[in-house]
Design a protein around this ligand. Structure first.
Ligand SMILES: [Zn+2]
Length: 265
């Protein structure tokens, strides 16, 4: 009897020592299928399915993005997510210092990281005889606070909330978002507006508040407002997130550090 129980004891030991560990999806990231699944629980089913069915390519495409600062993918929305209170945009530079930009005010600033792609974009538009006017760029928390409460005073809190981002939730606070042209719905039908809608993503600029996404983003369609998320980011957004900037940035914001820490040298 004692021998028999010893035999079972060894059998159990053998079973656990032989238990196959779940393999990593790609060899240089410690991400298993179940770990990847866990990063996706808050996302629509079609996005989950797309990513899980193409998991190797997905991880290989997301890896280069993690070389960028997490600030580029910081998520905010009108309802639930605000920036950390002490968030400050990095490396702001004046657009007036670059001769290629067409600007409507001399004090416009954006983060330096977005300059090369913006230059490439306006130069490319110029080749198509299209002038891209930059009308609004970085806005500080304090400035956003000022314009928000100016409207609250005029129209009341609920009405102001419909049109202006609450301080701490505006993409303009990041220094990587720009309003182009007239900042009006009609811009969509102008030569420059059409050019941007068709081409901006090729340069890493993603339309933040598209048509028919009001219920998701909380913003009406803004054909003039683009955010720099890198060229690779725009590709990933299109390929794996049904072209929703909202879901792409939400995913990046929630999982950036986990994915980055999983990279093995
Ligand atoms: Zn804007």
């Amino acid at each position: 009897m004692e021998k028999k129980s010893l035999f079972f004891f060894f059998l159990i030991i053998l079973f656990f020592s032989c238990k196959v560990e779940e393999p990593f999806i790609v060899e240089d990231m410690s991400i298993t299928e179940s770990k990847l699944k866990a990063t996706l629980i808050n996302f629509p089913e079609n996005i989950q399915n797309k990513i899980l069915s193409d998991n190797t390519n997905f991880l290989n495409s997301i890896k280069p993005l993690l070389k960028n600062s997490s600030d580029l993918f910081l998520f905010c929305d009108k309802q639930n997510y605000t920036f950390p209170q002490n968030y400050r945009a990095k490396d702001l530079v004046y657009l007036k210092d670059y001769k290629d930009f067409s600007i409507n005010r001399n004090n416009l600033q954006i983060s330096k990281v977005a300059i090369p792609s913006l230059l490439e974009m306006v130069k490319s538009a110029k080749k198509d005889n299209t002038n891209i006017l930059i009308s609004s760029a970085f806005r500080s928390y304090e400035y956003q606070y000022k314009i928000f409460y100016r409207d609250v005073k005029k129209d009341g809190f609920e009405e102001a909330k419909k049109w202006i981002a609450f301080p701490g939730t505006s993409q303009h606070q990041l220094g990587t978002s720009i309003d182009f042209g007239s900042i009006e719905p009609e811009y969509e039908f102008t030569k420059a507006g059409k050019w941007l809608l068709e081409n901006a993503s090729k340069f890493g600029w993603s339309l933040s508040f598209p048509k028919d996404e009001e219920s998701l983003t909380g913003y009406s369609y803004e054909c003039w407002h683009f955010r720099y998320i890198t060229k690779e980011g725009c590709k990933l957004q299109k390929e794996y997130f049904s072209n929703y900037q909202y879901y792409f940035l939400k995913y990046m914001s929630e999982n950036y550090y986990l994915l980055k820490a999983s990279i093995m040298d």
